[in-house]
Write a protein of this length. Structure first.
Length: 73
């Protein structure tokens, strides 16, 4: 079992979820946090079934993920 960091964004029309640091593009979406997380987990499972577990092994593993705000003048 691999533990993968997932970013979940809340937008006006729902939630978007995506994994950090894997090869390829995997995105989930839903009307709630849990729905988006479930959808991206399903997409990751399909990704592994299609491309193998090599896609989950980044060249430079993500140790942690942060969200910050920056002011732009």
């Amino acid at each position: 079992m691999n533990n993968i960091k997932i970013v979940i964004e809340k937008h006006a029309d729902g939630y978007v979820a995506y994994p950090v640091g894997i090869k390829g593009i995997v995105v989930g979406e839903g009307d709630s946090f849990n729905a988006a997380l479930s959808d991206v987990q399903s997409a990751l499972q399909f990704h592994v079934e299609t491309f193998g577990t090599e896609g989950l092994e980044p060249d430079d593993p993500v140790l942690d993920a942060f969200i910050a705000e920056a002011a732009i003048a």
